[in-house]
Design a protein around this ligand. Structure first.
Ligand code: XMP
Length: 513
């Protein structure tokens, strides 16, 4: 294990992902964790992340007491570099000149991290404070015009630091530097591979569940599908999956779960057709949060009924509930830093007292890209594994206005065209999400054929993102946009206008509701 000590902001998760891309398992821990507790996790290496603070600020996070006495190779990045320098007797100063964005470092002594790399290299910087003097015993390995100590190391004691961010793609040799720290500096071995992850997870589930039974709610999304497939491998028919068809999925998605997923996994599937029920509950509702609450509530009720039926039918007690919780959710809810709940997201929380299950969360330690790789490893169809994230409340929050059957049909048709053209252009994996939004209460005048029309607009909202926390609007090629626009207005009678949303997040969220 490599521990990534989180000094705040979003840096730690990216570092942890990059470490895993080097095939070494990593875990994020808060900077408030005592050193002894870190040692108990038997880390091969520790990485101190960047963070938004200044080491001089009152209450700025510092390294836990004794961290540098653990005898574990440690790599400080950005703020972590400064924390290390200060703790070991170097000097950190505040500069008038900040260094944000692209910079060039000059390698003055290659040492361990820069061995074999070019003497001048582009890096990504984001700091105002800087290390002006390295602690005693350290070799200064790199610098820039603004930052005299952009790299330092004390190989004997196993301490390494860089001021720039090796984890971001703009640092050209960042991965190589990270790899050199892990393999050369800390003696890690590349053992974290998908084959191992799959085998270990399957064994762990089998050990946990034993001969008992489990149920799982499939949403049509990647996470629940991969979790279910994995548990199915572990315990076979002891697992029953429930698919609540609420009628708010996109075209073809319910069939994909019912046919393709079942064919690929052999899973025991219990389908509940609840379309009428959801439509009735949503009738006339326009407020986004009200829609979410209604859908969340109905979902729980329907799932509960299904679960009771399954529990009642089986001779063995049903003790476990499988959920596709991912590592970022675990970090964010356990981190205690309380990221604001901007929108209420629904999952299978809130089951009644007498229907309590023990959770099985086989993806708890994985990032999304790892979950996809695992899904491929388990033989799931590419359409499921590579599906874009899709909100639990589905198309209901992509219809601005009240939801009804006809509007859902219109949106499903328009959405299917957009998805088809994106796939045809080979851009599926470049785009994080591509919501198509129906402005159901807006009308505009158009002319189609010889007649005047008074139709509805749809909004195309293609975005790029790493984690949905921030996003940018995707610069889709004009030809692709044009094809989508022409096809939607030709093929979906109700729609006479197609517009593109060019707002980043922030300030706009990805979804419109
Ligand atoms: P926003 O719109 O807040 O979305 O930028 C961020 C990510 O979350 C998804 N999303 C949801 N997922 N239930 C979900 O399960 C929800 O109510 C919900 N609202 C937004 C959204 O699709 C994006 O990936």
């Amino acid at each position: 294990t490599v521990l990534v000590v989180d000094f705040g902001a979003q840096y730690a998760q990216l570092i942890a992902r990059r470490v895993r891309e080097c095939h070494v398992y990593s875990e994020i821990v808060p900077s408030t964790m005592p050193a002894a507790e870190m040692l108990a996790k038997r880390p091969k290496a520790i990485i101190l992340s960047g963070g938004p603070s200044s080491v001089y600020e009152e209450g700025a996070p510092i390294a836990p007491d004794g961290l540098f006495d653990l005898g574990v190779p440690t790599f400080g990045i950005c703020y972590g570099h400064q924390v290390m320098a200060q703790a070991l007797g170097g000097t950190v100063e505040n500069s008038d000149v900040a260094e944000y964005g692209a910079a060039t470092v000059t390698v003055t002594a290659p040492g361990t991290l820069f061995a074999g790399l070019p003497a001048e290299q582009p890096v990504w910087m984001s700091h105002r404070d800087f290390v002006s003097r390295a602690p005693e015993g350290f070799l200064v390995t790199a610098g820039t015009g603004v930052t005299p100590v952009a790299g330092m190391e004390d190989r004997e004691r196993g301490f390494y630091g860089v001021q720039f961010h090796p984890e971001v793609l703009h640092t050209e040799h960042g991965m190589e530097i990270l790899r050199r720290f892990l393999y050369e500096g800390a003696g890690c071995r590349p053992a974290w591979t998908m084959v191992n992850i799959a085998e270990e997870s399957i064994d762990a589930v089998r050990a946990r569940v034993g001969a008992k039974r489990a149920i799982c709610a499939l949403s049509g999304g990647v996470d629940s599908a991969v979790a279910a497939a994995l548990v199915q491998r572990a315990i076979g028919d002891q697992l029953t999956c429930v698919f609540v068809d609420h009628g708010l999925l996109r075209k073809g998605e319910a069939e994909q779960v019912e046919k393709d997923f079942v064919a690929a996994t052999g899973v025991n599937l219990h389908v509940v057709d609840a379309q009428e029920r959801f439509l009735a509950a949503l009738e006339g509702v326009t407020d986004p949060e009200a829609k979410r609450k209604i859908i969340g509530r109905e979902f729980i009720e329907v799932f509960e009924e299904a679960a009771r039926a399954i529990v009642g039918d089986s001779a063995e007690p049903v003790e476990f509930l499988v959920q596709g919780t991912l590592y970022p959710d675990v970090v964010e809810s356990g981190g205690g830093t309380g990221a604001a709940n901007i929108k209420s997201h629904h999952n299978v929380g809130g089951l009644p007292e007498d229907l309590r299950f023990t959770l099985v969360e086989p993806l708890r330690s994985l990032f999304k890209d790892e979950v996809r790789a695992l899904g491929e490893q388990l033989g799931l169809p590419a359409e499921i594994v590579w599906r874009q994230p899709f909100p639990g409340p589905g198309l209901a929050i992509r219809i601005i206005g009240a939801v009804d059957r006809d509007r859902l049909e219109v949106l499903r048709d328009a959405d299917a065209i957009a998805r088809e053209e994106l796939t045809r252009a080979g851009l599926d994996r470049d785009i994080w999400q591509f919501p198509v939004v129906l402005l159901a209460d807006v009308r505009s005048v158009g002319v189609q054929g010889d007649g005047r029309t008074y139709g509805q607009p749809v909004v195309l909202r293609p975005v790029t993102s790493e984690d949905a926390m921030t996003a940018d609007w995707a610069r889709l090629p004009y030809e692709v946009l044009q094809k989508i626009s022409t096809r939607i207005t030709n093929e979906v009678r109700e729609i006479n206008r197609v517009v593109v949303d060019i707002t980043s997040k922030p300030p706009g969220t990805i979804e419109w509701e």
